[in-house]
Design a binder for this molecule. Structure first.
Ligand code: PEP
Length: 272
């Protein structure tokens, strides 16, 4: 294994007590859902519903919904993100979107390295790193997704996989730039499956990631970084997951498409 021998990172002792220092972030990942007109309806429902949230609220939408989302959320507490970004600044990359294009629209966040991009669109740890650096360079905040597949969990190599993905993705990221990184721990077997990690499983791996950040960037950075859980989080299970000491929020797929469900998750995070 790597430093400390793999799963040893999962020791309960590494749990930090300073969760209160971090502001939870609840981010929706709409995936390939909602036309621009449908997006307008959902955003209109969300604006009043989440206006008193004490957590950060982000909606990551398809590229075609970004203008609508940014325009509608101006002056509100809802922040807008994209679901992917290309790593080159501009050029002959037909069909791709650059970080500068997102920033120019008023987009603040971008999801990088989602497991669906890794699985269906040939995303690798190396391209995740390039996208992360390009996004940071343009001034975007990055929601960096990492997570093991079921066979890796069964093989007992979850910590190694998640740490390797995280460390490669953060290659060349300075301590200052790390402030614009949110890490989303998303076990692939829990995404869109209705199967949620138990609160203990979610916390264990979020704590592993925080320990890796401590090793790479020091204790202050580890205390400050927001580590989200994602994978079938919904209005029913959110409170228990978000109560975990190392779970600082959630990345929400399916439940982010329904205003009442997303609002309930935002409320659960705000109650912490
Ligand atoms: C996701 O896509 O990031 C996700 C967590 O999806 P779901 O909530 O639908 O499992």
């Amino acid at each position: 294994g790597t430093e400390g021998g793999g799963e040893v990172f999962c020791d309960k002792e590494i749990v930090r007590m300073d969760k209160a220092k971090r502001k939870a972030i609840i981010a929706g990942n709409w995936k390939m859902n909602k036309t621009a007109s449908e997006a307008a309806v959902l955003v209109d429902e969300l604006i009043p519903a989440v206006k008193d949230a004490s957590c950060e609220v982000v909606i990551c939408t398809p590229f075609t919904d970004l203008v609508t989302a940014v325009e509608k959320t101006k002056g509100t507490n809802i922040h807008v993100g994209a679901e992917n970004v290309h790593f080159e600044k501009s050029g002959a990359f037909t069909g791709e979107i650059s970080a500068d294009m997102l920033v120019d629209l008023g987009v603040e966040y971008v999801i990088v390295g989602h497991s669906e991009r890794r699985q269906y669109f040939a995303e690798t740890d190396q391209t995740v790193n390039k996208r992360t650096l390009a996004a940071l360079n343009a001034g975007l905040k990055v929601i960096l997704c990492v997570g093991e597949v079921l066979s890796e969990r069964k093989d007992g190599i979850t910590s190694q996989i998640v740490c390797a993905q995280t460390e490669i993705a953060l290659g060349g990221v300075s301590a200052d730039e790390l402030k614009n990184i949110i890490i989303a721990y998303e076990p692939v077997w829990a995404i869109g499956t209705g199967e949620t990690a138990t609160p203990e499983q979610a916390n264990e791996v979020c704590a592993v990631i925080r320990s890796l950040i401590e090793r790479l960037y020091g204790k202050d950075a580890a205390d400050a970084i927001v580590v989200q859980y994602g994978g079938s989080m919904n209005d029913k299970n959110a409170a228990e997951l978000l109560a975990q000491p190392d779970v600082d929020g959630g990345l929400i797929g399916g439940a982010s498409l329904v205003a009442e469900k997303f609002t309930a998750i935002v409320n659960a995070a705000s109650a912490k």
